[in-house]
Design a protein around this ligand. Sequence first.
Ligand SMILES: *[C@@H]1O[C@H](CO)[C@@H](O)[C@H](O)[C@H]1NC(C)=O
Ligand SMILES: *[C@@H]1O[C@H](CO)[C@@H](O)[C@H](O)[C@H]1NC(C)=O
Ligand SMILES: *[C@@H]1O[C@H](CO)[C@@H](O)[C@H](O)[C@H]1NC(C)=O
Ligand SMILES: *[C@@H]1O[C@H](CO)[C@@H](O)[C@H](O)[C@H]1NC(C)=O
Length: 456
Amino acid sequence: MAPSSPHRQRNQGKLTSDKVPGAAHRRHVDTQAPQNSSSRSFAALVGIPMAVFALLVGLLLPLGLNPFSHWAAAATPPVPSSAQVVDQRSFNVLNQVLPPAQANATTLFIWPGVTEESLKAKPFHIYDDEFYEVIGSNPTLTLLAQSDKDPLFHEAVVWYPPTDEVFFVQNAGAADAGTGLNKSAIIQKISLAQAKAAKNETNAVGKVDVTTVASNPQVINPNGATYYKGNIIFAGEGQGDSITSALYLMNPQEPYNTSVLVNNFFGRQFSSLNDIAIHPRSKDIYFTDTLYGYLQDFRPAPGLRNQVYRLNEATGALTVVADGFTLPNGVTFSPEGNYAYVTDTGANHGLQGWKYSDPSSLYRFDVKEDGTWENRKTFAYVPSGVPDGVHCDARGNVYTGTGDGVSVFNPSGKLIGKVYLGSTSANFQFTGNSMVICAETELYYATFAATGPPIS
Ligand SMILES: *[C@@H]1O[C@H](CO)[C@@H](O)[C@H](O)[C@H]1NC(C)=O
Ligand SMILES: *[C@@H]1O[C@H](CO)[C@@H](O)[C@H](O)[C@H]1NC(C)=O
Ligand SMILES: *[C@@H]1O[C@H](CO)[C@@H](O)[C@H](O)[C@H]1NC(C)=O
Ligand SMILES: *[C@@H]1O[C@H](CO)[C@@H](O)[C@H](O)[C@H]1NC(C)=O
């Protein structure tokens, strides 16, 4: 899909400054609580008065002998130079809260004390201590490529380890892409080694080659994709009335030959297939069908319900596993395959505009042993844009592309941090303990401590 870039929301009537928040002295108070309590309990444990205890510590510290350095390190590591701590209490009460016509899903939230520049200058935003484990001590973010207006870096981000290349596609429905009804979106790729070599730079535009992939026969209007048994599966959205939406299998090496896996549901056209996930145990193919081809004027009005399908390649069985969404979009599984996550980008009606009371939500399902889903749960709601692409790391944290970058939730749905871009990311992909992030007219490479689940 093609969410528009957020406007800048400068509100609340307070002075903003260039001061970058999140320096050590502004660290989240919660993060210090364990430190203090462990000091207290240690003093209590050895039964010495607090004053004597403090004196002892005071004597040891100048000698470089901090008896609590171990606990301190475990509780709150130093904030990496590319990161900042966000204290949500600093904006839970604002002097002025703007009406929806001025502050909505298309605007960036710039709260008192920060600026758009300060938020982007240190792009790893720590909302909760759990994010330290995700980013490690030296996370990096590098701009790899840029285009003027053409959204060349949209979705379908797939890492193909045998050639260490990363594939992605152009936005198939954005006006600035000139694609959709008469022209198909293109597939491109980069070499991950070139991205890695540039990881210490913030701007490496021109140092990484972006090459077009000539799929044959061409994958028409690809949107989502995933690695699958040595190939890449693309969800093609279709074009007009006669080129139906389909799942395509593409050989990730020359001659990039393709074949169609499925292009109908018992003779009826899909609306516009959007994204795909492979169940890690069964290897069944799960994919979403939604309305962006229609909402971006290159597909007819829908002939089927918006829902999530499951394809068993061996038997050909094609079934529906979930519905009840407004516009189902991204789909993924937890590392062991016990949970399925589906994003609903219902608030974004493409060329028809936004409906803010529709979902900008992530839903989680339990995946039963037989591969069916149950217990739909509202997992999270994002305030900026819509949650689009969704992927888990190896520990089960849930990452989703939103209106201001990539948001990271722990398995309970708590926001723990962001890779903040200040613009929309529709999708991204783990590439080991790093990530390639599509942001429409920009392509980024992030490195950190977390790793993606094994590629199967
Ligand atoms: C959302 O906010 C932006 C920026 O203030 C504004 O331009 C836009 O009109 C708002 N959208 C609606 C539907 O009110
Ligand atoms: C597609 O092509 C037709 C016929 O050439 C033209 O009338 C129409 O404007 C084109 N549509 C787009 C979206 O470019
Ligand atoms: C990036 O910087 C780190 C720390 O300064 C250094 O160890 C590493 O070799 C550098 N990597 C590249 C690819 O330049
Ligand atoms: C590509 O062509 C080779 C050789 O004919 C064939 O074995 C393979 O299945 C094809 N791959 C796809 C994805 O169609």
